[in-house]
Write a protein that binds this ligand. Sequence first.
Ligand SMILES: CC(=O)[C@@H](O)[C@H](O)COP(=O)(O)O
Ligand SMILES: NCC(=O)COP(=O)(O)O
Length: 238
Amino acid sequence: MTKLSVNINKIATLRNSRGGDVPNVVQVAKDAQKFGAEGITVHPRPDERHIRYQDVFDLRPVVTTEFNIEGNPIRKFIDLVLKAKPEQVTLVPDAEDAITSNAGWDTMKHRDFLKEVISEFKAKGIRTSIFVDPDPAMVKAALHTGTDRIELYTEEYAKQFAKGNKAGIAPYVACAEIANELGLGINAGHDLSLENISYFKNKVPGLLEVSIGHALIAESLYQGMEYVINQYLSLLRS
Ligand SMILES: CC(=O)[C@@H](O)[C@H](O)COP(=O)(O)O
Ligand SMILES: NCC(=O)COP(=O)(O)O
């Protein structure tokens, strides 16, 4: 079964846009789990423009499913993760000024660095995953970093699917088959949505977990809007 981890970065972005504490990320994490989410994902960036480092500590005690912290393993991030002790850390090679994650690791070039960081997390009992492009060479080399899992970067799949090109799934299937053979667990994420998730999940063998944020929060807004507008109208007319 593929687990759903809900990425709540966008909730923090909305909160930060106004100051104050609405919406409250801790409450959203509690509710998401109450509604069935099997994990909560956060991706604190160095500028803390959405999830703040303090949010991670506030969330830790309320995440009773699986806490997945994503980020570039700069020292500050490593220390945060070691202190918060999530169930999983996902390493992402994102630049400080990137709007969102835009590439996977070069697992050959950064093998020694990844190996060192991964062993630090694993020594504390934290499961590790590394974000990779759907490139067989990168998946094969991921094995030598000692990581438990890979996270397949799905932006290209989502782009191709939106254009009606279902063949865009092929590199993901090939990489998943390699990962399964090597005994690497498979996660996936980025731009997955209600439209493209079924096809992905049905085609990619051994998919353990997806983390979804941007589309899931947008879809929740759309699907909840009619109900909320009606509540306002009924209050205004009573
Ligand atoms: C690792 C990844 O794929 C990202 O999608 C991510 O975690 C989302 O980050 P933002 O919310 O900052 O776009
Ligand atoms: N790891 C991917 C993730 O957490 C969510 O990415 P997105 O759905 O916000 O694109």
